[in-house]
Design a protein around this ligand. Structure first.
Ligand code: DX5
Ligand code: ZN
Length: 214
């Protein structure tokens, strides 16, 4: 599996250093958690912070938009340096049109499912996306416990992606550490988001190497 470290738990006063920590771990990309205080009960950051971080790494920016209305800000996120824009299936904007907007900005597109949303809700959108994200915590905060009962959803999405013959990757986000990464790999995930586990790791490179081998 690939690893996408969530910088939600990093020290934002030293963002450039934290990106170098991610690079030195050998991780594949950077996961940026955008929260609007409406879709989730927390606020994080938006396009200006992403633009400030952008010059400090060449890593792919995987932007997870936990927003009620992501559509109107897509051009700003694209301009800030996002490589992939990921919207929630439960947001208030029209999904197909919003995914089309992401594509027309020349960015990769993804959809995310909250724990209560069934795999089947995503099936019709799979041909329109590069990636689907299965949340393994309720979105809003880092450092929560992994929900192993989401694994049948990962397996159902894997089966449907393969049935449709699509090049869509599956990402899993929330409570992933060395132990739970093995569980999500077995269920068919391709990319593990890691926030607190990676930033609190004594040896981040060993952790990333371990997940790369799964
Ligand atoms: C939760 C975010 C996650 C989370 C990951 O709303 O989408 O990316 O912060 O952090 P850990 O790995 O600590 O659960
Ligand atoms: Zn996330």
């Amino acid at each position: 599996m690939k690893v996408s470290p969530s910088i939600l738990t990093c020290d934002f006063a030293h963002g450039a250093d934290e990106l170098h920590y991610v690079e030195n771990s050998g991780a594949d990309m950077v996961h940026l958690d955008v929260m609007d205080g409406v879709f989730v009960p927390n606020l994080s950051f938006g396009p200006p912070v992403i633009a400030a971080l952008r010059p400090h790494t060449g890593l792919f920016f995987d932007v997870h938009l936990m927003m009620e209305h992501p559509r109107r800000l897509l051009p700003a996120f694209a301009k800030a340096g996002a490589d992939l824009l990921n919207i929630h299936l439960e947001c208030a904007d029209p999904i197909e049109d919003t995914l089309a907007d992401i594509r027309s900005l020349g960015k990769q597109a993804a959809i995310t499912l909250k724990p209560g949303t069934p795999a089947e809700a995503a099936f019709s959108y799979l041909p329109l996306v590069d990636m689907v994200l299965v949340m393994t915590v309720e979105p809003g905060f880092g450092g929560q416990s992994f929900m192993a009962d989401m694994m049948p959803k990962v397996a159902a999405l894997r089966a449907e992606i393969d049935r449709q013959g699509l090049p869509v990757t599956i990402q899993v986000d929330g409570g992933i550490n060395a132990a739970t990464a093995a569980t999500v790999a077995a269920a068919g995930a391709d990319i593990a988001v890691m926030g607190s586990a990676l930033f609190n790791a004594e040896n981040p490179r060993a952790l990333v190497d371990l997940v790369h081998g799964m």
